[in-house]
Design a binder for this molecule. Structure first.
Ligand SMILES: Cc1cc2nc3c(=O)[nH]c(=O)nc-3n(C[C@H](O)[C@H](O)[C@H](O)COP(=O)(O)OP(=O)(O)OC[C@H]3O[C@@H](n4cnc5c(N)ncnc54)[C@H](O)[C@@H]3O)c2cc1C
Length: 288
């Protein structure tokens, strides 16, 4: 097996084109080291993408830009993602209790896995886009379209993720994240992320209610019924409870870790908790 560490994107693209499906790009490499070490034996080349200048967090008129190789702990520590409109990102990282993993795992790795990870659930709730690059050019895709099945994303051979972009949320928007896992070292069994926007009269003008890690489809899913219950309504505790109950439209997976029935219950409880946090943050205009 060959190991490469390109220092510019064209060099990386040339390697990806040369090896095609016989190469894997690695960023934090925690997925392979932690869960799938045997996959290293099945490829001809490993391409380390950490030297490509893709570790950054910045904001402009379009919203927030996070480079693909930015680590989870960099997101946790950065002023733009620790509090304010995008503080939900640090809250999401905080729920991963293994510091060594947070130091290495990257946002690009999180979105590429399309499995039991936390960040895509939050990114779907914040209408994120994924910026994709390859020798044929750069394209972008919504987080909603990027995952096409369990451990399956929409990257074509020769492509890699360059950046994650989050649009600027309107004023009086708040987010909430909640997670269930067996132990701190375990992958999530259920995670949920919510986002609520309020107008000056306290009416909900936009809502996202997303469940991940638990779904039958294997990828994060919005609960259309929960969002519909909130939209154009004045939010209170009873409405939050009703919206959480409506999240039963997300079909949960039944596997050796936890039954579908328990997962559905945890999705409901997590959504209720996350909606309460989102509502409180939206009312304070703080968005955390
Ligand atoms: C014990 C343990 C517990 C964990 N618990 C959690 C948890 O609770 N919540 C959570 O969210 N995460 C958790 N993780 C992390 C998670 O499982 C993944 O390991 C992590 O998200 C992968 O990020 P990475 O940067 O290390 O990716 P890598 O391991 O480097 O890569 C992962 C996959 O993505 C591809 N890839 C990576 N970056 C790119 C890119 N820019 N473009 C194209 N393809 C790319 C790789 O080819 C590979 O297929 C845990 C990890 C371990 C080891």
């Amino acid at each position: 097996m060959e190991y490469y560490s390109p220092t510019d994107l064209n060099e990386a693209y040339a390697l990806l084109d040369k090896y095609g499906e016989d190469a894997i790009p690695i960023a934090g490499s925690t997925f392979y080291m932690g869960h799938r070490e045997e996959l290293f034996d099945e490829v001809e080349a490993v391409i380390n993408i950490k030297q490509l200048g893709l570790s950054y967090i910045r904001q402009d008129g379009d919203g927030l830009h996070i480079g693909a190789t930015t680590t989870l702990n960099e997101i946790f520590a950065h002023g733009l993602t620790r509090k304010g409109p995008f503080g939900i990102l640090a809250t999401t990282v905080q729920e991963l209790n293994i510091n060594e993993v947070r130091n290495m795992a990257t946002i690009g790795g999180e979105v590429c896995i399309a499995g039991e990870v936390d960040m895509p659930t939050t990114l779907l709730a914040y209408d994120a886009d994924i910026v994709i690059g390859g020798s044929k050019g750069v394209r972008r895709m919504s987080m909603a379209d990027f995952h096409i099945g369990y451990l399956n994303n929409a990257l074509e051979p020769g492509e890699m993720v360059l950046e994650v972009q989050l649009p600027q949320p309107p004023a009086n928007t708040g987010g909430g994240f909640a997670k269930f896992e067996r132990t701190a070292a375990d992958l999530p069994i259920v995670n949920v992320a919510t986002r609520i926007s309020l107008d000056d009269a306290g009416v909900c003008t936009d809502a996202r209610v997303v469940a991940g890690a638990a779904t039958l489809s294997g990828i994060p899913e919005r609960s259309g019924a929960a969002e519909a219950a909130l939209l154009n309504q004045v939010i209170d505790a009873a409405l939050i409870e009703a919206a959480a109950a409506a999240s039963a439209d997300v079909a949960c997976i039944n596997d050796f870790r936890v039954s579908a029935e328990i997962r559905s219950l945890w999705v409901k409880c997590g959504i209720e908790d996350a909606l309460k946090r989102a509502f409180a943050a939206a009312r304070q205009g703080e968005q955390s």
